[in-house]
Design a binder for this molecule. Structure first.
Ligand code: SF4
Length: 302
């Protein structure tokens, strides 16, 4: 189908099905163009609770659609591409978490939002990259088992008041690829640019950054900074969002490897099919949903 016709069909189906499309910043541009709301994972699940529509099409990866379902259990939540997953979230499951807990029986489990509903259900509190420090600081001096991202875990260990943080050994395959040399090369090429990096990057990259923050924090920083040029150390979709939002500023991607292939799986055709055929509906059993919800609610209460 022609792109313009597809866009019109998506608009028509949204009305007909009483549906709303939410898209993560890492999605391809054509999908972001038909989205009603664009945000990072926390923003999307929060805003999903405020929309009136009964059906939510979440253009992102599986754990994000699950988070939306957990916080809006009475809505129909659709993920347009069934196998759009997050390799980092897949690095830990219930069994691996139980083994990790058994090795550190007094630890409290802080799970990054990039985890499955089952893993969230077995954790104490959830966190995102924007509130991870706050969440860990709220737990006092207790040992913290931080899952699954070792880089965010190490960042939290370094900057929170709790030195007893034990990071799991997972990582984001997109952010973990960037190395110190990439940062040095980009800074040498664009000496006027400030390096804004996501805490899923390795410590050696974060040490070179002028600012470390979540997707939303990076966007806000670029917007409010008097600087005109930025090197962005996170997924390339954020650079695209920034170029659109701040056309008078200049943005460079830290390294060409910053592309999440799972996030790029969703196309306009998939959004169209999701709306037309109600694919693929997120289902979570009631007990898991309630247990996972309490970890998210504990976080939101902060
Ligand atoms: S960018 Fe990394 S953390 Fe985000 S969905 Fe892709 S693999 Fe997962």
């Amino acid at each position: 189908m022609d792109k313009l016709i597809l866009i019109e069909e998506i608009k028509r189906l949204k009305k007909e099905k009483n549906a709303v499309v939410l898209a993560h910043h890492y999605q391809v541009e054509e999908v972001k163009e038909v989205a009603d709301i664009i945000g990072d994972s926390l923003e999307l699940s929060r805003k999903a609770t405020e929309v009136q529509e009964q059906t939510i099409v979440l253009s992102g990866v599986h754990f994000m659609a699950e988070s939306v379902k957990i916080l809006s259990p009475n809505k129909k939540v659709l993920l347009p591409v069934k196998d759009a997953g997050c390799p980092m979230a897949d690095m830990i499951d219930e069994e691996k978490l139980e083994a990790f807990k058994a090795r550190h029986p007094t630890g409290k489990v802080v799970c990054y939002v990039n985890t499955s509903a089952e893993v969230k259900a077995k954790s104490d509190i959830c966190c995102t990259s924007s509130n991870a420090l706050k969440v860990v600081n709220s737990l006092g001096e207790d040992p913290v088992l931080f899952i699954p991202d070792q880089n965010l875990g190490n960042y939290v260990k370094k900057y929170s008041g709790n030195k007893n943080v034990i990071p799991y050994n997972g990582y984001c395959i997109t952010h973990h690829r960037a190395r110190k040399e990439d940062a040095l090369k980009a800074k040498a090429k664009h000496p006027e640019g400030l390096l804004l990096a996501h805490p899923e990057c390795q410590e050696e990259v974060l040490e070179e950054a002028d600012f470390i923050g979540s997707t939303t924090a990076i966007i806000n920083y670029a917007e409010n900074s008097e600087n005109q040029t930025f090197i962005i150390g996170t997924e390339m979709g954020v650079v695209e969002s920034l170029k659109k939002q701040l056309p008078n500023k200049t943005f460079y991607l830290l390294a060409q490897s910053f592309i999440c292939s799972n996030m790029k799986k969703t196309r306009l055709e998939d959004v169209y099919r999701a709306l037309k055929k109600d694919t693929y509906e997120i289902q979570i059993d009631e007990q898991t949903l309630q247990e996972a919800k309490s970890t998210l609610v504990n976080m939101l209460a902060l």
